[in-house]
Design a protein around this ligand. Structure first.
Ligand code: GDP
Ligand code: MG
Length: 434
C-alpha cells in the first residue's frame, strides 16, 4: 500500500492538492493543524497536513460517466472537428456548438451532488447530515457548506457548537417574516393556493381571531367572501364557520359580484376572501381566478397558502406558479404534520418570499400562529436552539411571556372545537377579556 503526506495552507487546499496529485485513488486517513514555512520560528503560517493512502481498486470503483453525457461530448467533439473545415466560420455551426455545450452544462448541473464530500471535516459532514435530515434543498445545503468552508478554519470547525449556532443563524436570517402594514379600511386579505392545503380553515381561523379582537385592539368587524366560480359547493363549509362565529359570509362567482360585495361591505374592518380551485396545475383556471381577484382592488393583499408537507421541488413550483397573483406572503399550513421544515425554508429563501402565518392543526381558531423565526428554528430536528438568544436576535418576545397571565387556559365563548390554548388565539382571545 502506498501512503502519502501532504501539506497546504488550508484543509480545502490540502484536499485539492491530494486530488490533483493522486486522483480518485487517494483515501485520507487523518489531518492535523501545523505551522508551515517561516524562518527559525518566524513568519510561520498556519497550515494543514493530511495523511492517507492510495486505494488499489480505485480505478475499478470509479463510476463511468453516464452514457448520454459521453454521447454529448462525442457530438461536441465531432462538431468542433468539423469547424476546421471550410464552413468553420459559419455562424450556424458555432451556434450549434454553443447550444450543445449549454445542454451538457445544464445536464451536469442537474446531477445530484452531495453537499458534503467524503473527505470533509467531521463537523461539515454532521452539519450536512442535519440539513438533509430536515429536508433542506440541495442548493441550500451546498451554499451553507460552502459558507462554512469559507468562514471557519480547521480549528474553528473543531468547535461544533459554534458551527451549529452559525448555521442556525444563517437559516434564521434566510427566513423573512411578513410585516403587517396598516392598510386602508376595509383591509382585504385573499388566500390562494392549491386545493386541500387548508385555505378555508385558515380563513375561518383568521376571521374568528380578528372578530374577537387582537392584542390591545378592539374586536374588528369581519366579513368572509368565498369565490366559488366552479360551483363546487365551497359555500357550505365557510357558511358553517360563519354561522358559529357570527361573521357574515357571501358567495360570489364573478369579478363583478366580487367588486359589488366588497363595496357593499365597505364599512367592515377586514374582508377575508377565500378562493376555490379544482386543480392547482390548471393554468386556465388559475388565470380566471386571478382575473376575478383583481376586482378586490389594488389595496388588497393576497397570501399564498402552502402545506408544510409539500416536498421542496413542488413547493418551489407552486411559489412560481402563483406568482401572477402577486402574493405578498406565504401561509405555511399543516406544520403539525411534519418536523421537517427545511423544504419550506429553502423554497421560500430561493424565491425570496416572506412568511405571514403558520397553522398547526385542524382546530378553529386555536391552531394558527404568526410566523416567527425562533418558532421555526425550534421546530428543526437535531439542532440545539438557544431560544432566548434567537428571540433576542429576531426581536421576538416569546408568546407565552407576552400573553396576559390570567388569560392562560381561558376559553373564548366564540371559539369552538377542542379547547386547548395555543399562542395566537390564546393571546388574542385573552386580550379580549382584559
Ligand atoms: N393537520 C392539519 N390539518 C389542517 C390544517 N389546516 C387545515 N387542515 C385540514 O386540511 C383539510 C383541508 O382544509 P381546507 O381548509 O378545506 O382546504 P382548502 O381546500 O385549501 O380550502 C381539512 O381536513 C382541514 O381540517 C393544519 O394546519 N393542520
Ligand atoms: Mg376551501
Amino acid at each position: 500500500m502506498q501512503y502519502f503526506t501532504e501539506q497546504a495552507p488550508s484543509h480545502r487546499e490540502a484536499l485539492e492538492l491530494v486530488r490533483a496529485k493522486y486522483g480518485e485513488a487517494a483515501q485520507i486517513l487523518s489531518h492535523r493543524s501545523i505551522r508551515m514555512g517561516g524562518f527559525m520560528g518566524l513568519f510561520a503560517r498556519e497550515g494543514v497536513e493530511v495523511t492517507g493512502y492510495l486505494r488499489p481498486e480505485a480505478k475499478a470503483a470509479k463510476a463511468p460517466p453516464p452514457q448520454d453525457l459521453e454521447e454529448e461530448k462525442r457530438k461536441i467533439l465531432t462538431l468542433t472537428g468539423a469547424m476546421t473545415g471550410a464552413q468553420a466560420r459559419s455562424d450556424q455551426a458555432l451556434q450549434q456548438v454553443l447550444a450543445e455545450i449549454q445542454g451538457l452544462r445544464d445536464r451536469l448541473d442537474q446531477r445530484p451532488a452531495a453537499a458534503a464530500e467524503a473527505d470533509d471535516h467531521e463537523t461539515l459532514r454532521r452539519m450536512d447530515a442535519l440539513l438533509a435530515l430536515n429536508d433542506f434543498s440541495e442548493p441550500f445545503r451546498r451554499e451553507t457548506l460552502a459558507r462554512l468552508r469559507r468562514d471557519f478554519s480547521i480549528e474553528g470547525l473543531e468547535n461544533a457548537e459554534e458551527v451549529e449556532d452559525a448555521v442556525l443563524e444563517w437559516i434564521g436570517d434566510s427566513i423573512q417574516v411578513w410585516k403587517e402594514t396598516e392598510a386602508k379600511r376595509p383591509r382585504v386579505l385573499a388566500l390562494v393556493g392549491p386545493t386541500g392545503v387548508g385555505k378555508t380553515t385558515t380563513i375561518a381561523k383568521l376571521a374568528a381571531i380578528y372578530a374577537v379582537g387582537m392584542g390591545a385592539e378592539r374586536p374588528r368587524s369581519v366579513r368572509m367572501i368565498t369565490i366559488d366560480n366552479y360551483r363546487i359547493g365551497a359555500r357550505q363549509q365557510i357558511e358553517t364557520y360563519g354561522n358559529i362565529m357570527g361573521v357574515p359570509v357571501s358567495c360570489v362567482e364573478t369579478a363583478d359580484d366580487l367588486r359589488k360585495t366588497i363595496a357593499f361591505h365597505s364599512d367592515a374592518d377586514l374582508i377575508l376572501v377565500d378562493t376555490v380551485g379544482k386543480s392547482p396545475r390548471d393554468a386556465v383556471k388559475l388565470a380566471e381566478m386571478q382575473r376575478i381577484l383583481a376586482a378586490c382592488g389594488t389595496g388588497a393583499e393576497t397570501h399564498l397558502a402552502l402545506a408544510a408537507t409539500t416536498k421542496a421541488s413542488d413547493m418551489v413550483q407552486a411559489l412560481r406558479q402563483f406568482e401572477p397573483f402577486d402574493y405578498k406572503a406565504v401561509v405555511l399550513t399543516k406544520v403539525d404534520e411534519t418536523n421537517r421544515l427545511g423544504n419550506a425554508v429553502s423554497a421560500l429563501a430561493e424565491r425570496r418570499k416572506s412568511l405571514s402565518y403558520i397553522t398547526t392543526g385542524q382546530r378553529v381558531p386555536q391552531d394558527i400562529e404568526r410566523a416567527r423565526v425562533t418558532r421555526l428554528l425550534m421546530n428543526l430536528e437535531g439542532f440545539r436552539v438557544d431560544r432566548a438568544r434567537f428571540e433576542e436576535r429576531y426581536n421576538e418576545v416569546s408568546e407565552e411571556e407576552s400573553a396576559p397571565q390570567e388569560a392562560r387556559g381561558r376559553r373564548s365563548p366564540r371559539a369552538y372545537g377542542e379547547h386547548q390554548s395555543t399562542p395566537l388565539a390564546e393571546r388574542q382571545l385573552g386580550a379580549d377579556r382584559s
